[in-house]
Design a protein around this ligand. Sequence first.
Ligand code: 4AD
Ligand code: MG
Length: 432
Amino acid sequence: MRYLTIDEALNRGSGAVNLRGWVYRERKSNKFVFIVLRDESDIIQCVISKEKNPELFEEATKLTIESSVRLTGELKKDDRAPTGYEISPVSDLEVIQIADPFPITAEQSLELLYDNRHLWLRSRKLNAVLKVRHCVVGAIHEFFRSRGYYLFDAPIFQPIQSEGGATLFEVKYFEDDKIYLSQTWQLYAEAAIFSLGKIYNMGPTFRAEKSKSSRHLAEFWMAEMEAAWMKLDEVTEVAKDEVRFIIQEVLKHNRKEIEILQRDIDLLERYAKEEYPTIKYSEALDILANEYQMHVPWGKDLRTIEEGKIGEYFNVPVVVTHYPTKIMGFYKPPSEDKPEEALCFDMLAPEGYCEIIGGSERSLLVNDMIKRLEAEGEDPTKYEWYFDLRKYGSVPHSGYGLGVERVVSWICGLDNIKDAIAFPRTMTRKNP
Ligand code: 4AD
Ligand code: MG
């Protein structure tokens, strides 16, 4: 017996088909049982008639939400059915398992949905998001591979920090030692570019963010790149091309998901083709002051609310460069003409999604880095291997990291980043 997915059946358009899946919705009357069948590809209404098949009707009346079935029937066009087609009549029905009462019903608290995440994954919304995520991840690999970047894997257990000690996850390392979970791939990537030139990676990243915001996860996936010889003005253009490419791929492969998520496709099409501006941090402050009467003193980091306004002002992703050196990580170099400005950038997405990428040129100034590490309370001797990279054929180089869930969240128009990953980990959620 050959089974079609619902999507394959819909493409066929008519005739007898064998399907298998789960009961997404069911409705019973005296004469008919209507079930909406769900599989990985779509949903379709299936009609079981008492008059035509009393035994099947009897069997079908026992079906509950999420029961698993195999069935055979005639595929027909019917404008009243949810997807424009239905299976009518069902001529054969095999019940695989009658599901217990499903804990997720129409009106649910968010907490209950997160507690039942292992079951909620079956929802049309999460199914659509996971498919978009699949496409985004594939697009990132393709983007870098097709441009001559090598995949390079760094350790997840790391003995030093690079993005601030406050968000480190410390783990016991054998008997009486400790180590940290990776906050970034970057430092190891900086070693590898001397061998491989241009590299990229996508991997799990850990930050003990003591934040209940809708944009922070404790475990997320970061897609990073690093390239020898590359300067700030070039790396920002790679980042823009990457984001446009990701959106183009989603538009190519995920039309159906965009519709299910009710995401504005015109907006995505605009993001896929328009130029993204680059401005300096100081220009961002001017825009905030002049357009929004928000007076951020020079030297303060942009908060979410301010990033949001910059995103609103441009209405496409915008690259902001030259943040104040003193609030940046030790590896972001001071610019030569204005050392108070660092050669770094963030990309801010519009519609309130804010920072999706962070990156920079990398400092080649060992003494400056030592001072800044000391100021952060770090022991610079632990960074000797990293400083070696400045001693043996040092070259200018740059890189950035893109938050996969931040991008999926934005592309899908999600309210919370937790829905951009299957099993979210945050300060207040580690189950299931
Ligand atoms: O800006 P960040 O901290 O940059 C770095 O870690 C650099 N070392 C990357 C590099 O240059 N190779 O993080 C990069 C991106 C952010 O722009 C954001 O999109 C995402 O990672 N990100 C998070 N996403 C979800 N939850 C969190 N807690 C995140 N922290 C950062
Ligand atoms: Mg950042």
